[in-house]
Design a protein around this ligand. Structure first.
Ligand code: PMP
Length: 394
């Protein structure tokens, strides 16, 4: 059997990482992989995470199984972080999952379980893993227009027109904040227009929230998700703790269902537990427990928020530095969108040949669709990147 497997294409980002490692040039710049790095190029363990882990190590007395939905205290703490008081407690059910990817996967499993003919609408472009998992599960995807290459912003009229084609039983997948890979986001008034389209069509929203706190702040980044959850009869939210707690490898995520008709909540909860059981039974606990300890302890929470805010502001500062440098070198505002984007990523809008030239001539590594990880920059490399971009004729 093993000889008959269909070989999968190599992962483009992993390939890029290998090319970067093999490049002997001193001044090479890695803007590829989607992990936050500080000015020293390190992905640090956050202070509050270290403290919580130390406490956990000394105080934890058992590693016996938790429930199928994970520790209820984790769901409560995370639902508070994501939803605030936007919806009533009895409308919420949630399951811990292995990372945000686990939440996305279980969300797709859930909508297919509810409607075997479900179509999932995805933005063009979206995080490639969305498409890959949907294809793997045999779920039909429909793309909706999203990125406007001419402005570097959102093609909002195109997006609305495409979403209007949805039918009841369809699912609209939306990035809650910090769109990956483009960095272009809707304004809150635009979110309200999207909500009205979803209300009209009867499609179910599913929000992927992987970067809360990386854009405009914890509450600001959750505001669209809260607005959707409060306005529509049902929604699904896949949250990740990988980025905002810096616990990528611990695999902490949460899949949340919100149902305005609270009588549906127990069945939603049982279904979440059933789906966890079918895939991996009990979800991982270590990262989830660390997150709960931080969110439930005022001192740890304050420290975590302060560090997260510093992280967010450092990325924002790099964006503004890059936009300013490019304005200086190009003598135009055509790169101003980089300062308006939010989160870790920005799509530069370069052609594949230009991306190749940036790599080969200038040692600048970005994903083929010209997604740049802004966190891969620092004050020294910003001017080098700007110069490389202009030299390449972008
Ligand atoms: N959704 C999006 C849009 C992402 O970019 C990511 C991380 N790359 C995830 C979900 C999931 O992240 P993780 O599984 O590492 O928590």
């Amino acid at each position: 059997m093993f000889a008959d497997f269909k070989a999968q294409p190599a992962d483009k980002i992993l390939e890029l990482m290998q090319l970067f490692r093999d490049d002997p040039r001193q001044g090479k710049i890695d803007l590829g992989v989607g992990v936050y790095r500080n000015a020293e190029g390190v992905t640090p363990v956050m202070r509050a995470v270290k403290s919580a882990e130390q406490r956990l190590w000394s105080e934890q007395e058992t590693k016996a199984y938790t429930g199928l939905l994970g520790d209820p205290a984790y769901a409560t703490a995370m639902c508070g972080l994501v939803l605030g008081d936007a919806v009533s407690q009895d409308s919420i059910a949630a399951a811990a999952t292995p990372g945000g990817t686990g939440a996305v996967r279980q969300g797709f499993e859930m909508v297919r379980y509810g409607n075997p003919d479900v179509r999932v609408f995805v933005s063009d472009p979206t995080w490639p893993n969305h498409i890959s998992i949907l294809n793997y599960l045999g779920i039909e995807t429909v793309t909706y227009r999203y990125f406007d290459a001419n402005t570097g912003g959102v093609d909002f009229p195109g997006m609305l027109a495409d979403l209007e084609q949805a039918r009841p039983g369809d699912v609209i997948l939306l990035h809650g904040c910090c769109h990956n890979p483009t960095g272009a986001n809707l304004t809150l008034p635009q979110w309200h227009e999207v909500i009205e389209v979803m209300r009209k069509t009867g499609a179910l929203p599913m929000i992927d929230l992987a970067y809360q706190g990386f854009g405009d702040g914890l509450d600001e980044d959750a505001a669209p998700t809260r607005a959707v959850a409060a306005a529509l009869p049902e929604c699904l939210i896949a949250a990740s703790c990988s980025k905002n707690f810096g616990i990528y490898r611990e695999r902490a995520g949460l899949l949340i269902t919100v149902s305005q008709d609270a009588s549906n909540t127990p069945l939603a909860r049982d279904t979440l537990a059933f789906l966890n059981r079918q895939n991996y039974s009990f979800p991982p606990d270590h990262g989830a427990r660390v997150v709960t300890m931080i969110l439930d302890d005022p001192a740890l929470r304050d420290d975590w928020q302060a560090e997260l805010e510093a992280t967010r502001l450092s990325m924002l500062d790099l964006r503004h530095q890059l936009a300013a440098e490019l304005q200086k070198l190009s003598g135009s505002d055509r790169f101003a969108f980089l300062g308006q984007h939010r989160g870790m990523f920005s799509r530069l809008g370069a052609t594949p040949d230009q991306v190749k030239a940036l790599r080969e001539k200038h040692g600048v590594y970005m994903v083929g669709d010209s997604r740049m990880n802004i966190a891969g920059l620092n004050a020294k490399t910003v001017p080098l990147l700007a110069k490389a971009i202009i030299d390449t004729g972008i």
